[in-house]
Design a protein around this ligand. Structure first.
Ligand code: ZN
Ligand code: ZN
Ligand code: FE
Length: 734
């Protein structure tokens, strides 16, 4: 009987996810001796035993991996026999380099939920139940290694029972950093806006539920921040919420207590269902059917963002309620999610009346992730709780540490070190001080997590982006990457594509190489170069940002580019004469009117012509509304065509005015965008890559995928500007 000794060095998501007890249990199962320990790179194992047992161990290591763990790299070396007496989990080696990965927060697991439901369990109804397979991570961690003293659980001293679980390698809660019970954990308090405590713990949850039932708008501290909440079936409360938040039509997400409730309000495919139930518990956009949810929750559209209760606290709250609830990030419009009660009372005074707080600090904020399922794959619109920080191991010879600061809208940063690319959670649109501060804070957090000081910074080309301005003020080498090229690069990165492709990047705005606003791009490109082979004919954005809000100006601008015709008369009469004359002057002299060729803006144009909206109150509104008007029985399209490198479309306005019927206009326009993608793609033998916010439109995306093989889109990373930082890194890592 030959005994062998092997040493293993494992990298990946292997800390704080029950990996060492898992190894311990496997070692006992196969009578192997040695030890396992955490170090700054991941996990080290020494294993002595019979070859056949070691083989079985290795097989189980991959096959039976704990749900939140991920092995990126495993190195195995043979070593001299040590004749170990037993198998042990030994104390963490503390060296200076911090390379272990920080995990996102995860939803409560089924085992914890069952315990919470068991009358005789000591965690019956306990609102902070968690274990190594679930619960908070990113939101409570100050620095790595992920040990209790480095988290916001540090002030809570474990009681005897919790400590025993924590110390027992065969327990599901072995080294589960946030564990607690009602005896030793954080306290819940229901408060009014003066901070007076109304009730605590389970009574506080019940009290909050009662306020929701009575039609109040309240807030509750969740995993990564506070949610605003109210009854999703109560029209007058939601009307009130919209008025108080000055949010006329942007959809709210709805939290439901069970998948059965989701199925009774929405139409779900199997893959949508499993995504709703997944341990990331994202908000999933679903097609609605007749239900009791107020039509004011997501006005004018036939989709609803739905998610299930994901912490024990949310589960308990919904236990006390019959109806689904609106649950939306608590913030001042456009600002980051609020994470503490002082900010809550300051920023949401006058909006909410009561809130449920607890005395464990949220160290790092996160929002709910938002996605839809297309072609059985994710199409991610916001990557945050459950998804980010997201790390990807890459093969490269690059040794420099690189920071990518992303775009301006939907900002997220990304870092590269030690062959890992790591994407931060969604930060937001950098156009207010609070979000810019959140951007600085995220930079600081990621530097501290990984002892990361960049050798190089990558940013967008736009000189006025806050992220670009910051990058250029750091006295470090800076590389600028064109926005739409970054969109395609991030898609290439995700799909590990290194050859030449046709990259189609459509969005609402992005700084072009000629200083104009791009956003309807067709690139032939690889990892290091791109050529703009087709683009939409530019028009003037009259008054710049004023056109983005008052979208009638876009139609006017394009009409002024066309030959005069009496069909435009009615539309032109919607402007006051003085205003019209002013805008005509602006157009003629190109005053404060940048050239724009972004497809996102063409949706605005069509929304006006279809008579569905004149002003947009949130990014992407016109696209969403037009999509919900799409009639699949209409096969006609407008004649949008390629003339040299220029895509001609301005002439279709005349036909749209004649078509009158909104659904006809919306459907023909969407069909014609699909046509132009397919027409241009047919000119090339390359793979077609689709990226940018416009492709959040599932009708367009699905129609293209149906007509063209060899077409890919982003599904593990956000398809919108949330991936720009990854594209920026990919440009350097090529
Ligand atoms: Zn659990
Ligand atoms: Zn306890
Ligand atoms: Fe973009």
């Amino acid at each position: 009987m030959t005994i062998k000794h092997y040493k293993y060095s494992i990298e990946g998501i292997v800390q704080g996810v029950g990996f060492r007890p898992f190894v311990y249990t496997l070692a006992l199962k196969y009578s192997l001796k040695g030890f396992v320990l955490n170090d700054s790179m991941g996990v080290k194992i020494s294993l002595e035993g019979r070859i056949s047992d070691i083989k079985n161990f290795e097989k189980d290591l991959y096959d039976k991996l704990p749900p939140l763990a991920r092995i990126d790299n495993l190195e195995k070396t043979s070593s001299v026999l040590k004749n170990f007496n037993n198998f042990e989990i030994t104390k963490s080696k503390n060296d200076n380099a911090k390379h272990s990965l920080v995990s996102p927060d995860f939803a409560m697991c089924d085992e914890c939920l069952n315990e919470m439901r068991e009358k005789n369990n000591r965690r019956y109804n306990y609102f902070f139940t968690n274990c190594t397979n679930c619960g908070p991570r990113y939101s409570i961690i100050k620095t790595v290694p992920y040990d209790r003293p480095n988290t916001s659980m540090q002030p809570f001293v474990m009681c005897k029972e919790c400590q025993e679980e924590y110390d027992n390698p065969t327990d599901r809660r072995y080294h589960a950093q946030p564990i607690s019970c009602e005896k030793c954990g954080p306290t819940l308090s229901l408060k009014d806006m003066q901070g007076n405590v109304i009730s605590t713990n389970l009574d506080a949850i019940k009290g909050l539920a009662d306020f929701i039932k009575k039609g109040h708008i309240v807030a509750m501290k969740g995993m990564g921040g506070f949610h605003l909440m109210c009854d999703a079936t109560n029209n007058s409360t939601i009307k009130n919420l919209r008025k108080k938040k000055n949010r006329p039509s942007k959809p709210f997400a709805v939290m439901m207590k069970s998948i059965e409730d989701v199925e009774s309000s929405c139409i779900l495919s199997q893959s949508e269902k499993s995504r709703v139930l997944s341990n990331e518990r994202p908000i999933v956009l679903l097609k609605t059917k007749k239900n009791n949810i107020s039509s004011l929750v997501a006005p004018y559209i036939d989709r609803l963002g739905v998610f299930l209760a994901y912490t024990p606290l949310h589960v308990k709250l919904l236990d006390f309620l019959e109806n689904p609830i609106v649950a939306t990030s608590a913030n001042r419009s456009g600002e980051p999610i609020v994470t503490n009660e002082d900010d809550l009372r300051d920023k949401l005074d006058g909006v909410i009346e009561y809130y449920l707080d607890y005395n464990r600090e949220i160290i790092n904020s996160s929002d709910d992730s938002v996605l839809q399922i297309i072609d059985n794959k994710d199409l991610i619109m916001r990557a945050s709780r459950g998804i980010t920080p997201l790390s990807v191991k890459v093969k490269t010879n690059e040794k420099r540490k690189i920071l990518a600061v992303g775009a301006h809208q939907k900002n997220a940063i990304a870092i590269f070190l030690n062959n890992q690319v790591i994407l931060s959670p969604y930060i937001g649109d950098l156009d207010n001080i609070a979000t810019v501060e959140a951007f600085y804070k995220t930079l600081k957090t990621f530097k501290e997590f990984y002892d990361f000081e960049p050798d190089l910074i990558v940013c967008d080309k736009h000189p006025l982006y806050e992220s670009t301005k910051w990058a250029k003020s750091q006295n470090l080498p800076v590389v600028e990457v064109q926005h739409h090229y970054a969109h395609i690069l991030s898609t290439m990165f995700e799909h590990d594509i290194n050859e030449k492709v046709l990259g189609i990047a459509w969005d609402g705005t992005g700084y072009g190489d000629d200083g104009t606003i791009w956003g309807g791009e067709f690139f032939v490109c690889d990892r290091s170069n791109y050529e703009r082979v087709a683009y939409f004919e530019p028009f003037l954005l009259l008054g710049s940002d004023a056109s983005i809000k008052d979208i009638r100006r876009i139609v006017l601008s394009i009409i002024l580019d066309c030959e005069e015709d009496t069909v435009y008369k009615e539309f032109l009469s919607s402007f006051k004469t003085s205003e019209l004359n002013l805008l005509k002057q602006m157009h003629k002299k190109e005053l404060n009117s940048p050239k724009c060729s972004a497809v996102g803006r063409l949706f605005d144009m069509v929304a006006v012509l279809a008579g569905v909206c004149d002003r947009v109150s949130y990014d992407g509104e016109s696209g969403l509304i037009l999509e919900s008007m799409y009639d699949k029985n209409i096969n006609e399209s407008y004649n949008i065509y390629l003339d040299g490198e220029v895509i001609k479309y301005k002439h279709i306005i005349k036909e749209m005015i004649k078509d009158k019927e909104p659904a006809l206009i919306a459907s023909k326009f969407i069909n014609s965008l699909v046509d132009i993608v397919c027409d241009v793609s047919d000119n090339y033998s390359y793979k077609t890559l689709l990226s940018g916010g416009v492709f959040q439109n599932r009708t367009i995306l699905e129609k293209i995928l149906k007509r063209r093989n060899n077409t890919v889109f982003q599904s593990k990373l956000p398809i919108n500007d949330g991936s720009i930082a990854i594209g920026q890194l990919a440009n350097i890592l090529s």
